[in-house]
Design a protein around this ligand. Structure first.
Ligand code: HEM
Ligand code: HEM
Length: 474
């Protein structure tokens, strides 16, 4: 990087252009399949949520909690979030580099591989084939190899696109997305190799994989979207390019080493746990630096959110990133782990980050960029219903589990019978089900919105688009 590029290069797409059409069809296909996985995985999530209150509901081997849980987590991670983010990363890479996609064919091959892995993984888990206690790696390893192949194809295609840019600099977004994909190829290989995966080695790799999946895959890709969509929506440069680069490198230095905070008080070496805690605190540097960069870019424009749902989705995503990650730092302290570990508080943290941050970021990116690619918009009613039901539902979900999880932990510390903590959680689980149901209905509306923006009949953007994005070009 030689000089500082402060703004997203302005550019306008025309559907008459063959390359634009190829890029638009790739983005459409990734978004539609990702939306399918979101709907499927969260329908499973709601079913699970109600099982906490009524364990005998929908019983039988096919619908046991043990099979449904990994189906939900893997389908949200690898079907929804991964596919949704990669589709957007392609669009951002090509547009910000003012070039065409290196290979639309490779993008389609990647899409088939991602979906093949998700379908095969889901069927395997439903049939009871599970790689055991390896969280987020429950798909049998040959299926994880298919996912790895999809990652490699994606990395190749993204790097190829950025390499043929017609701009002098690599735009900030591409630092994050290309960095994220490359790093994730490494983690996926480390996670598959069997030699050191037994005993404590396995625990250690598990922490490394789990935390890097969220921290070096979903996080950089979602931040890459923020760095592109925000300047576009606001029609102003990002507050500080240098701060963005600083946050990128500090993220890379601090994140990979904090996985052991998932296993505090375990037989893992004490020094390793302490290092993980110290670096969890250091993570405040990129998290606060990055969040400040986004919020300062938005300063003075908060009122604009009332007229732009894409901006509102992104704003929630930024707040989710800031609050969820800061919460994570506190969760890593031994004194607080004593209360919260093994409780539903952690599940609240997972949904604050993976939903309040990552999922809202993907939605913001899709609503900001997909209409520019296809020239079709969702209806204002669809946007309103989606945003508010998802936001309120997620809020209920997180608050109920955070409060309930704390009570659960305190019950255990006080040495009450385990069943007492189960009884104390009942109403909080019901509320989680209520919040989850609202979230699921919002996903149905999202599916409708995606249809209107892609293959269905949506309002033409060019006719009366009130979105500020329109003013900035592609
Ligand atoms: C830098 C900030 C962060 C720190 C220090 C942090 C810290 C933690 C800690 C200590 C736990 C373990 C809780 C326990 O087992 O008791 C945890 C769990 C988790 N975190 Fe974070 N977190 C951070 C950011 C994020 C982000 C940005 C995401 C998502 C994109 C995320 C997703 C998760 C998930 C899914 C779990 C549950 C893992 C499991 O299944 O056990 N975290 N985090
Ligand atoms: C309607 C929306 C959703 C509902 C009702 C829901 C429900 C659930 C339930 C009931 C669990 C099991 C918790 C437990 O074992 O105690 C769970 C776990 C999990 N879900 Fe969701 N979920 C939803 C959306 C999502 C989305 C969109 C994502 C990711 C993008 C996600 C990621 C996760 C993760 C990472 C876990 C494991 C949590 C942990 O171990 O800490 N969920 N979800």
């Amino acid at each position: 990087m030689t000089t500082v590029q402060t703004n997203v290069p302005p550019q306008r797409s025309t559907l008459a252009n063959r390359d634009d059409m190829a890029l638009a069809s790739v983005l459409c296909a990734y978004t539609v399949t990702a939306a399918f996985w979101l709907l499927f995985a969260t329908a499973v999530g709601v079913l699970m949520a109600y099982k906490f209150g009524a364990p005998d509901f929908a019983s039988g081997q096919w619908l046991t909690f043990g099979r449904l849980r990994p189906i939900h987590t893997n389908a949200t991670f690898y079907g929804w979030a991964s596919v949704g983010l990669v589709g957007l990363a392609y669009y951002v890479a090509a547009r910000s580099s003012r070039t065409r996609l290196y290979s639309p064919r490779l993008a389609w091959i990647g899409l088939v591989l991602f979906n093949l892995a998700a379908v095969a993984g889901t069927i395997a888990l439903e049939l009871g084939f599970n790689d055991g206690n390896l969280e987020y790696r429950e798909w049998p390893w040959p299926i994880r190899l298919i996912f790895l192949a999809a990652l490699i194809v994606t990395a190749w295609n993204l790097i190829g696109t950025v390499a043929r840019r017609s701009t002098t600099d690599i735009y900030l977004s591409n630092w994050y997305t290309v960095g994220g994909v490359l790093w994730t190829c490494i983690i996926a290989v480390v996670a598959i190799l069997p030699w050191y995966q037994y005993g404590l080695g396995q625990v250690s790799v598990s922490g490394f994989y789990m935390h890097n999946a969220v921290g070096m895959w979903f996080t950089p890709l979602a931040l890459g979207i923020f760095y592109y969509a925000l300047p576009k929506l606001l029609s102003r440069p990002i507050y500080s390019y240098a701060l963005g680069v600083f946050a990128f490198w500090t993220n890379l230095v601090f994140y990979p080493i904090i996985g052991a905070h998932h296993f505090l008080f375990s037989p893992l070496p004490w020094f390793l746990q302490t290092i993980a805690i110290v670096f969890s605190v250091a993570m405040l540097v990129p998290v606060w630096g990055g969040s400040a960069n986004f919020l300062l870019t938005m300063r003075g424009r908060m009122r604009g959110m009332a007229h732009s749902y894409p901006l509102s989705f992104i704003f929630v995503g930024v707040i989710g990133y800031l609050v969820g990650s800061t919460q994570g730092t506190f969760e890593a302290f031994r004194s607080l782990q004593e209360v919260w570990h093994f409780t539903n508080f952690t599940v609240g943290h997972s949904h604050l980050t993976m939903y309040g941050f990552v999922t809202f970021a993907i939605w913001g990116g899709i609503y900001a960029l997909l209409p520019l690619a296809t020239d079709k918009r969702p209806s204002p009613l669809g946007l309103t219903l989606h945003f508010w039901m998802a936001l309120v539902g997620n809020f209920i979900y997180i608050i109920s589990l955070s409060v309930g999880g704390t009570i659960q932990g305190l019950d255990w510390i006080r040495g009450l019978p385990f069943i007492q903590s189960v009884a104390d959680m009942q109403s909080y689980w019901v509320w989680r089900g209520v919040g989850g149901s609202l979230m699921l209905v919002s996903h149905v509306v999202f599916g409708w919105n995606v249809w209107r923006m892609t293959y269905g009949v949506g309002a033409r953007s060019s006719l009366d688009d009130p979105s500020p994005a329109k003013a900035v070009g592609t």
